[in-house]
Ligand binder design. Structure first.
Ligand code: CA
Length: 263
């Protein structure tokens, strides 16, 4: 059973699709609020403080990209961008708008549910994280909104701080720093960085990173490239001028952290 406390905001101007997403997420255990415009969606995000936001790119009043950026300013929710156009999705992924996943219309409720489950399955800490992980794992957790402390056992085993070169990551508080500057990372970027830094000399293939972030069964390795690219830029610009990007591309294989004394 899902925790009944998970909340979602659906921003979509098409009535049928809004209904479909709302129904799909409700079946998945979310308490769903829906809006038909960007402005109304932003107001809902402000009042509901959701765990998940699905955001249509083509809205009547505000650009979905702008809405996404504004959501990011006020919310730690997972954001799924939805567009009817594949080329739009490709363009979006190159921008740093802070979305965690992307879906192309038409999609089935099952596909949306699978994507959402995969996002919430990622091990993470934070106030609502443990409950989400327990719920999404279907680990037979309690159904009354109370989460067993055992659900956080694997999380508590993580080291307090992980350092590599100029970068310090605190998995507990989900803060990443470059020297003394805090990086403004999305959940996906943070999870990616934590994974890379968990074995900084290992070369991580795109497929393995994809699985560690989204769970098994996904083939969209280009998503990993996009998130690595955004992460790299965000980290590099916090360092001193001319600092080498802390994540190296290993051609034909994947990614690894740079040597700690090189950045
Ligand atoms: Ca639309």
């Amino acid at each position: 059973m899902m925790s009944p406390t998970r909340t979602a905001v659906v921003v979509e101007d098409d009535d049928d699709i809004r209904e479909l997403i709302t129904h799909s997420l409700t079946m998945q255990g979310f308490d769903v609020s829906a809006a038909a415009s960007g402005q109304a969606g932003l107001e809902l995000v402000g009042s509901v403080d959701p765990d998940l936001v699905t955001l249509d790119l083509g809205l009547p009043d505000l650009d979905g990209i702008e809405v996404c950026r504004r959501v990011r300013d006020v919310s730690q929710a997972y954001v799924v961008m939805i567009s009817a156009r594949t080329d739009e999705i490709d363009r979006l992924m190159g921008l740093e708008i802070g979305a965690d996943d992307y879906l192309t219309k038409p999609f089935s409720p099952r596909e949306l549910q699978a994507r959402v489950n995969a996002m919430f399955r990622r091990p993470r800490t934070g106030a609502s994280g443990a409950a989400d992980v327990a719920a999404a794992n279907g680990a037979g957790g309690p159904t009354g909104g109370h989460v067993s402390p055992a659900a956080t056992a694997t999380v508590e085993a993580e080291p307090a701080l992980v350092r590599h070169g100029r970068i310090t990551v605190d998995p507990e508080s989900r803060v990443a720093m470059v020297d003394s500057h805090e990086a403004d990372l999305t959940r996906t970027e943070f999870d990616l960085l934590t994974t890379l830094m968990s074995a900084p000399r290992r070369v991580w293939s795109r497929a393995v990173l994809l699985e560690s972030l989204w769970g098994p069964g996904w083939s969209e390795e280009h998503l990993v490239e996009v998130h690595v690219g955004n992460l790299r830029r965000k980290l590099t610009r916090l360092g001193p001028a001319g600092m080498r990007a802390p994540i190296r591309t290993v051609r034909g294989v994947g990614y690894r952290m740079e040597e700690p004394d090189s950045f």
